[in-house]
Design a protein around this ligand. Sequence first.
Ligand code: ZN
Length: 608
Amino acid sequence: MSTAPLRYSVAMADPAGHVFEVTLVVANPDPNRAILRLPAWIPGSYTVRDFARNIVRIAAHDDAGPVTLTKLDKDSWQAAPCTGPLTVVARVYAWDLSVRAAHLDASHAFFNGTSLFLVPDGARHLPCELVIEAPEDPACAGWKVATTLPRASGSPWGFGTFSASDYDALIDHPVEIGTWTHVRFEAEGIPHDVVITGVVRVDLGRLATDLAAICATHLRFFGKPAPFERYLFLVMAVGDGYGGLEHRSSTALLCKRTDLPAPELDEVSDAYIGFLGLCSHEYFHAWNVKRILPAVFVPYDLWQPRPTTQLWAFEGVTSYFDDLGLLRSRRITEAQWLELIGRTVTGVLRTPGRLMQTLADSSFDAWTKYYKQDENSPNALISYYTKGSLVALALDLLLQRASSGSVGLGALWRALWQRYGDGSGVPEGAIERLASELAGADLSGFFDRALRSTEDLPLADLLNDVGLTLRLRAATGSEDRGGKPAPSGSRATAVGDLGVSVGAGASGAILKHVLQGGAGHAAGLSAGDVVVALDGLRVEGSSLAARVRALPAGTEVTLHGFRRDELRTWKARLQAAPATTAWLEPNPDAPPEAVARRTRWLAGEPPL
Ligand code: ZN
């Protein structure tokens, strides 16, 4: 095969019908057996999504005329013998408002290359050229193009031609097209752009200041040179939504409008901290998973699951450093950071699945479990994000303990960056070996417990090293996310608990989850049941939780409700609400060395 580039063009053929037309010209196809494929998943979102199901029409021709395409399987086509150049034209339906696919209407266009670009077998290494055509539809007048794909023609932010060194690069630069809001800032001398799509009122100056501080913190953490020459945050602001996906020099984010800082905002809201945490997370990924990545992802097999036990290190550790980055860049206070950690501990402790699934298994089975959650998921699985971030916290403290404060998790991740930042891939087990090497101690016992057992982490003991106390109590209500002591005036007696989570339905409380071992489980309740009465009185919407909480543990209650269309009666004995709500507080009696260690750690003083 020649080295002539793969030539792609994208047209917004039918914005109202959400259809892109994508053309690929292959200069020198295999004359007898040219096979074209569309990826089945997008790196960073570990589940098979079968993007080819959105191809609504596909046809090919060469200079002599039409070339028949025969479908081989769910995402590949074989061309009949042809002479080349071979032109393939696909129409792709794009109506997925998420960060991992493509979306088109008369207000904007967004796409990931994995949703639009077929690749011929054996051609993945070829350079690519992409023409993004200006739409003819008058509704799309004034649209601009935001992407970190290198530009070959056209003015900045304009339509034109872009290039990529190979197919993997082509699909790692999402593209947003529309009439977005834009702000630019520099961090460590590197230009960063934020492009926000959607109707928003946002304090761009504040956003730029906060992001600049966070980006600079991560850039300094890994050291020069940075792995990109510019960076782009593509933000889609909607009424309700959440998501982020990392790329080599950009990220696609989905958030609520109300997560962004309004111009008159003085206080930092929880929602805005959450948004900054998301930005921090995806930015940290530019190193951790885009360049330091599991060996099984080198190269990505874009057509089937490639399980790894290491997602705790790529998602969990990133989740740890995202919020720590907010603290180290002084966007939040130590008290706010401790509250975030307390909430994460709470989330993990409230998940019975932590006693069923190990973190290594959670990583390995992400494709079919974490990404395909159902009503039983809280009983069956634990998130490699949340528990993974607690393993990161524990490992940070353990490294400091083992090395008498001379190395921490930062040193380990910089060592990984030195060794694997070239994209060669981290073999299974290598992070654990490197951690022991750096600590000068055998940490395999910790990793066996943290990754390959369901035993809870020794967090309280490790936090004690830095003068922090981990405390536990029962939840005070369904809004109680933990991270703080109970408000004064809370009941001291054991509050009743049914062990269910509830959503509001039109005619009662719909049970979303029934937790393993809880009172609801013992009574025979099931997810999907609609509870309409408690002790003969009507239950409205989500009031069930508050009604139960008003009763002491040990109370026997009668519930009426429906399973499908069948009326049922359940008798449940309320259990004591479990002490799974956590918060962290500085220990006033901690020795000065512990407090000093905490100060250095939270400031991120090298080599921590
Ligand atoms: Zn992530």
